[in-house]
Design a protein around this ligand. Sequence first.
Ligand code: FE2
Ligand code: FE2
Length: 126
Amino acid sequence: MKSIVWSDHQFLIGNWVLDEQHKSIVTKVNEIVTLWKRGASKRDALQDLEKLRELFSRHFTVEEMMLSDAGSALLDEQREAHGSYCDMANEVILDDNISLEMILIDITEWWTNHILIEDMKFKGIL
Ligand SMILES: [Fe+2]
Ligand SMILES: [Fe+2]
């Protein structure tokens, strides 16, 4: 499993607050990937996973506030996507049958898609 390779050219959506949050979440995900590569179990990584969950939810709140302030038509769609990310993150973190590796495979994919597919829709708008 690979870390997420951040590239400004590819990932920046042009709002510095959101870009910084996106980047710090990538950093946190990559830290957990490193832990996993060093043999950490899900239990070992639990505090980091909790921290990640907190970063997700803080980021989504800020992003939704900005979309709402801008009167963006994308707000409902984004809110729904964010809600399902949070539900999935909660589920996989709490489910003992899902390994750290599986979680990281899901999270690296979700997070990359969150930025490159979902949030790119409002590049230049916020
Ligand atoms: Fe979003
Ligand atoms: Fe975002």
